[in-house]
Design a protein around this ligand. Sequence first.
Ligand SMILES: [Ca+2]
Length: 588
Amino acid sequence: MSNRFQPEKVRLAALSVSLIMLAGCGSDDLPQLSEAIPANFSGDCATLTSSISGLKGTVITASSTVGAGLLSNIMTPEHCLVTGKMNERVSPVDGQTYYIGFQVRLPKSWNGRFFYQANGGTDGAVSTAAGALGGGPITSALAKGFAVLSSDAGHQSQTTPFFGLDPQARIDYGYNAVGQLTPMAKDLIKLVYGKAPDRSYLGGCSNGGRHALVAASRFGDLYDGILGGAPGYNLPKAAVAQLWGVQQYATVATATKATDTTASGTVVTLPTPLPDVSTAFTAAERTMIASKILAKCDSLDNATDNWVGDVAACQKAFNVATDIPSCAGARDGTCLTSNQKTVLANVHSGAKNTAGGALYNSFPYDTGISSPAWASWKFVNSTGVGRDPGATAFIFTTPPKTDTVNFLGLPYAMGFNFDVDAPKIFSTSGVYTESAMSFMTPQDPSNLGKMLNRGAKLMVYHGTSDPVFSFNDTVSWWESIKSTFGGNTDRFVRLYPVPGMSHCSGGPAADQFDMLDPLVTWVEKGTAPNSVVAKARGAGTSSIAALVNAEVPTSWAADRSRPLCPYPTVATYNGSGDLNQASSFSCK
Ligand SMILES: [Ca+2]
């Protein structure tokens, strides 16, 4: 197709690389890891509290039997639940007690594999170790028989960012909890089943996707397969970009806020009212923008099916100035003002300092701008104590702010200086010896050689409508891997865009998919994944309300399916066949 975003010379280069790979088969094959062998635990789970001992720095606090049933909305088998903590200490900086809290869920009938469930947000709570896999829930690692670990990543405060005052808690959150927990968990599993896991996997979405890419870089020797969703791998930069967005939205807000709320819930009257950024783009305006993107881009994937499959081609086709109606009078949801168009374009082209230097990546125009999640991330999380302002002030900048009592999110976001404050994500001090960009992000991508040379594999997925972690930033990461590993890249790393999907799930998208099975097959049998089928989960597709996506367009079959294609290929309509069936599309 001539309208593919992939230039012809790149296609030819890719073709020649695959020919080279074919020619090279044999002498330079990557190691093939063996398949995991199942085992059972037939004892009494309650005895594990006392029988698990000798794990370095670790206290087991409880163990019990959990019967088969729904866990995080997924049917899971009977298992033992073991809870504990590592490395308990009192911080010399803020005087608070910290430890790395965890739980492990160990199926009575075990598949021989370990799954590290990397969690989202700023961690701080031991989420249920069901082994959630991102996207619309369809299965879980625990349901598949993995032994699953979940942790708080080294601090016990999910809703506040103040653990950032302790330098060790920063580093535990960034990467060290994974480094500490992984060998402990493998030893624990050996004590329970009589053998360590044959194969180990790590997966998560959002901050969990960041953990995944960091682990791929730092701990590629500890994991055989890694599954990263919506990876905020430049998370401090993304947080700064969120604050930059606030100051953009403020210029077109139509109302103000007279109060803001502290971390402890105290409502404070602001000295001067500040812009209510949620009024910058109304739901009607965002729905209108999405409809204009759809009108311009729908057919670029060969099918007019109310779905933009070729997001890259859409970026070339869509034009804010000419494709969105300009308001002749007052804003009424059918048009944008000139200033709104400027803000929309600025936010999509990416945060910049006053010299024009990029502070984060650009965002693609995509139909998920209509999603409530878009407004929530852009207007609410970007101004809240517990999200971007607080995380930037206390975790990501050095030195951190110190007044945890009176800190307010909206004034911080509005007062953030992108020339003076933004560089502090790279700063260190005598107390904070590692910068946020060091402890939060993967090391040099070339360190992925640890994974490549062992035969380990990495799969990444990302919603193209993600409002907080830019899909374009993940593409930049993928391209940096490609530049390092060339023709070897596809042999151990694959990126799957999820068109229309918002942050980890939701949006006008087919967002229900299982990438863990394809990853295991790749790792343990050497069969590389090509496309992965994703389904929409519209009205009536599940009796569990939380599993239904209200944003599936009514013009779609509720269970419409699409192939998720390895980047840079695109799901393209074959020209015939049911528009609601993945089988009518090919990755091209
Ligand atoms: Ca289409």
